[in-house]
Design a protein around this ligand. Structure first.
Ligand SMILES: [Zn+2]
Length: 514
């Protein structure tokens, strides 16, 4: 069996998804889960891009011990220096440096001749090798590059010390056969290619990211880059869970395996979905709600008689559990703390105590507290990192079939002042949001509003995702509560607070740059 390295870029390429902006705590939470999932490499961000990115990459490199942590860098010394500062404390510091190699990118974006591009690439790899034990070099837009030129530049950067060569399909243009052919061509035409790792990085613009990644493996790639749930720029990246499970289920064909702990897939998918606000479509392979639901009578009958008639993947393989009751009203603090630890969350004593109060409160209203409920509570608790901003104190909403919906909200601002406002609307949520807008005195536009339940049952928790814009800037927020209106209000306040945090970070950066 060939060993395939998994390079996860959920926190870099995935975070570039429209409307997604994760804070430091959220990025750390995802990085820890990726470590449990067993990815080989975590691309934690683009250290030179912003102060926030730098801090996140540094914190992840210092925290994660069982994966190599990497950061993206342009082929300029200041980027490489910043990346080294952020990554040097990692268990295995690794740089991911790139330059575009397609005629269209070289001419219009870089305004460089092919010779200048080769020279810059070689220089940057040499410079990076002074610090980093492992340097990955990427040919941006490789799939629209001239193949002999690609082979030349790859040979030169290998000479300069690159350990991994990545051939990204940056614009999601290639087909599986063509992509495989590029790898075969490089294997045949580049000196010392057997000494390095060949990596694939695919985008899903034509829905072929996973198929292309698998074709690369067949043609000799031993590293696959992708994201959880396939999130990322535009149509997203190759979904790591799909590549890994395809290799596992079809090992007879691919003769290759990853180091992933497949049972952690579902949990990782849930966490990424919750924190990014990018809901997984029900029909998504491996992690969708319906991925294991058999609907047709003939299929159901077959599965009842013998599972393998229609089921090629068992839900248990990827950690899908039937909603087992875990805790209830009579569960004590010890059981509660143990379950949180089992779920893999690291919480401070203070956080556990606060959470326990909320758990007891919920257990009074809801009979069975499932793992999903607990995770929703934990993630909601983590939202409290915005203490210096607006806080929701109370809401009151009146609704009747023949009445005008009315909402009253009470908020606390960053200085601890109470703000109370009332408003009406065509529906309850609109009345609520109108009241919040009045209280905040900000022209916030609601771009997206989605609601889903955590688990099943009438007493299930409600989870609301919103995307808002203010002065042309966007932020997303989420809120969990047993009542849909309270969850709606929380999500709105969360998004607004995030907007301020992002703004504050931008201002700090601007000041630092001066
Ligand atoms: Zn990409």
């Amino acid at each position: 069996m060939r060993k395939i390295n998994i390079f996860d870029t959920t926190l870099r390429d995935g975070e570039q998804s429209a409307g997604v902006n994760l804070n430091l705590h959220e990025k750390l939470e995802i990085a820890r889960q990726l470590e449990r999932l067993g990815v080989d490499i975590i691309e934690a961000g683009f250290p030179a891009a912003s102060k926030g990115d730098f801090q996140a990459v540094q914190a992840i490199a210092q925290t994660v011990r069982n994966c190599s942590v990497t950061g993206l860098s342009r082929s300029v010394q200041s980027d490489i220096d910043a990346a080294w500062e952020a990554l040097k404390d990692g268990a295995e510091p690794r740089l991911h440096v790139f330059i575009a190699t397609s005629p269209i990118h070289m001419q219009y974006k870089l305004r460089m001749t092919p010779e200048q591009v080769v020279e810059t690439a070689v220089e940057s790899v040499r410079y990076a090798k002074k610090y980093f034990p492992i340097v990955q070099w990427s040919a941006e837009d490789a799939c629209r590059s001239d193949l002999p030129f690609l082979a030349t530049i790859v040979e030169k950067v290998i000479e300069a010390g690159a350990n991994v060569i990545n051939i990204p399909d940056t614009v999601g243009y290639i087909t599986p056969k063509q992509y495989g052919d590029i790898f075969s061509f490089l294997k045949e035409n580049v000196r010392n290619i057997e000494k390095i790792i060949l990596s694939a990085h695919c985008h899903d613009d034509l829905g072929m990211a996973v198929a292309n990644s698998l074709a690369a493996i067949e043609a000799g790639a031993t590293q696959i880059e992708g994201t959880i749930n396939g999130i990322g720029e535009r149509a997203g990246n190759a979904a790591i869970e799909e590549v890994a499970v395809a290799l596992y289920i079809r090992k007879d064909y691919y003769q290759a395996e990853t180091r992933l702990n497949l049972q952690e897939i579902k949990r990782t998918s849930n966490l990424v979905s919750k924190l990014t606000g990018m809901i997984v479509p029900p029909n998504k392979a491996i992690v969708g709600k319906n991925a294991f639901a058999h609907e047709s009578g003939i299929h159901q009958d077959g599965v009842l008689k013998e599972k393998t008639t229609y089921e090629i993947i068992s839900p248990q393989l990827v950690g899908v559990q039937s909603n087992s009751m875990v805790l209830g009203k009579h569960s004590g603090r010890h059981a509660f703390r143990t379950r949180i630890q089992e779920l893999g969350y690291l919480l401070t004593e203070e956080e556990v105590n606060r959470l326990f109060v909320r758990f007891k409160d919920l257990a009074d209203k809801k009979k069975d507290i499932t793992d999903d409920d607990l995770i929703a509570l934990i993630l909601d608790e983590k939202l409290d990192t915005y203490k210096n901003f607006y806080q929701l104190c109370s809401i009151q909403v009146q609704y009747g079939t023949n009445q005008i919906p009315t909402a009253v909200v009470v908020l606390k601002d960053g200085e601890g002042n109470d703000i109370q406002e009332a408003a009406t609307g065509a529906g309850s949520v609109e009345a609520l949001y109108n009241a919040l807008e009045k209280a905040l005195q900000l022209p916030v536009t609601l771009l997206d509003y989605r609601i889903e339940s955590v688990g099943s049952g009438r007493d299930a928790l409600a989870q609301v995702y919103v995307k808002v814009s203010l002065d042309g800037k966007e932020a997303s927020g989420r809120g969990t509560a047993q009542d849909v209106l309270e969850a709606s209000a929380k999500a709105y306040i969360h998004a607004v607070n995030r907007m301020f945090v992002i703004e504050k970070m931008r201002e700090e950066q601007a000041l630092a740059a001066q």
